[in-house]
Design a protein around this ligand. Structure first.
Ligand code: PRP
Ligand code: MN
Ligand code: MG
Length: 175
């Protein structure tokens, strides 16, 4: 099977949207420090590009949470493979995700972080695929709402490939 990628969101479109999101987040947090929390690995590109546009002091924090293996379907199992190395109690926390699909990953992550009593907890995602949702979770800030297609690039992978593409594309499988 040959893999072909069709551009869905260009690097320029994403860059413009990131700047808008950073402005909206400034309305939310003002000049208070924000602890960005990124779920590895998909959200790495989004956290870096968003952080560069944010006007307030931010910290970058990483967890490893996974719901997918090397397939295009969610397994329904979520593993916390690596936890934060900082205490978020009383802090402004912003979870940064690349995509909300079934919602299982973000729901688990949100529950876990709320249990640590942050001052405020908000969620931002580059992409939202509402048609695929199986649990009730909504992002506070969404870059783009997209149809139910398998997307790669800008951090999103297929079998760990394509995370480095500067755009988001739909992956097609051809004979
Ligand atoms: C992908 C994506 C989100 C999650 C969304 O991560 O980066 O974190 O799946 O799916 P859900 O809404 O159905 O939970 P994945 O588990 O593939 O790990 P990765 O970030 O390392 O690619
Ligand atoms: Mn992920
Ligand atoms: Mg993945």
């Amino acid at each position: 099977m040959k893999e072909r990628i069709e551009v869905l969101l260009s690097a320029e479109q994403i860059d413009r949207r990131m700047a808008e999101l950073a402005d909206e987040l400034y309305q939310e947090f003002g000049d208070e420090q924000v602890e960005l929390v990124c779920a590895l690995k998909g959200a790495v590109v989004t956290i870096v590009d968003l952080a560069k546009k944010m006007k307030m002091p931010v910290t970058m924090n990483f967890m490893s949470v996974s719901s997918y293996g090397n397939s295009t379907e969610s397994s329904g199992n979520i593993n916390i493979k690596m936890d934060l190395d900082a205490d978020i109690t009383g802090k402004n926390v912003l979870i940064v995700e690349d995509i909300i699909d079934t919602g299982r990953t973000l729901k688990k992550l949100k529950e876990l972080l709320i249990s640590r009593n942050p001052k405020k907890l908000k969620l931002v995602t580059l992409l939202d695929k509402p048609d695929r949702r199986v649990v009730d979770i909504k992002a506070d800030y969404t870059g783009f709402t997209i149809p139910d297609a398998f997307v790669v690039g800008y951090g999103l992978d297929y079998a760990q490939k394509y995370r480095n593409l500067p755009y988001v594309g739909v992956l097609h499988f051809e004979e």
